[in-house]
Design a protein around this ligand. Structure first.
Ligand SMILES: NC(=O)c1ccc[n+]([C@@H]2O[C@H](COP(=O)([O-])OP(=O)(O)OC[C@H]3O[C@@H](n4cnc5c(N)ncnc54)[C@H](OP(=O)(O)O)[C@@H]3O)[C@@H](O)[C@H]2O)c1
Length: 229
């Protein structure tokens, strides 16, 4: 894709993000030199933007959506992170609650809840996609864990530099999610779980078009390389 900005949420006017991005690495470098910033990262950026930014100022971590429900980063982002030594922070690692088993075929989302606009959660696609939850429940029973813990442990087992950040407003959920770090798979278990997951093709889009267009977008090279423009 070669569309406009790559920030999330998509708030800036169309002409701004490229300029802002090109200034960003230099601005952060200045703050690092002043001891005000230790680490920095990018989110949902285009892959070439990541490479160029890293060449300008080593990127600590990338934060993009990644879970058993959305595995897009496996195509390009994770290999680049691996090659360049960049950490990866999966956002919505619980599939925006889907992978916890708290969403079923009757679930409908209130106006204002972005999941109402994500076709992967539409009434047409939910029943099919719930195969992943059924798989998680099978493994949860096998591992004496909650489905969401299996989903988090799967992410943790992918690479040692992958660190998911589940979101919650509930203390019990927070404790359950944190405990997923103690859940481990043997290599054979991991292979079996991943193979079973790959047999399920997720139906529907992860984001509405109006939001998706801001993801996986590269900043124009000339602007990134020339802060004076
Ligand atoms: N960089 C970006 O573009 C971007 C975009 C989106 C999100 N994020 C960040 O990613 C983080 C997590 O993403 P997220 O909150 O969207 O999605 P998530 O972590 O996949 O799921 C959060 C949802 O799951 C529920 N939940 C959490 N733990 C649970 C449990 N153990 N059992 C049952 N339900 C549970 C939460 O409800 P309860 O509150 O009831 O537990 C909430 O509805 C957040 O810190 C967010 O700021 C970043």
């Amino acid at each position: 894709m070669s569309r406009q900005p790559d920030t999330f949420p998509p708030d800036p006017p169309p002409a701004m993000p490229a300029r802002r991005k090109l200034l960003m690495a230099g601005a952060v470098k200045t703050l690092m030199d002043e001891g005000k910033v230790l680490h920095w990262g990018l989110s949902e950026m285009g892959i070439n933007t990541l490479k160029r930014a890293h060449a300008t100022l080593p990127v600590t971590a990338v934060q993009s959506e990644y879970s058993m429900l959305w595995r897009g980063p496996e195509q390009h982002v994770l290999p680049v992170c691996d090659a360049l030594g960049i950490g990866f922070v999966p956002w919505s690692p619980l599939g925006v609650q889907f992978l916890t088993g708290w969403i079923d075929e009757k679930t409908r989302f209130a106006p204002g809840d972005i999941r109402a606009l994500e076709s992967r959660f539409s009434p047409e696609n939910l029943p099919h996609n719930l195969q992943i939850v059924a798989l998680l429940k099978t493994w949860a029973a096998r591992k004496n864990a909650a489905p969401g813990q299996v989903a988090l442990a799967w992410l943790l087992a992918r690479k040692p530099w992958i660190v998911p950040i589940p979101g919650t407003t509930n203390r019990d959920h927070m404790l359950q999610n944190t405990a997923a770090a103690a859940l481990h798979f043997t290599p054979a278990e991991m292979a079996g779980l991943t193979t079973a997951l790959e047999a399920i093709t997720v139906r529907g889009q992860r984001l509405p078009d109006a939001v998706q267009v801001y993801s996986d977008v590269d900043a124009p090279v000339a602007r990134l390389m020339n802060p004076a423009n």
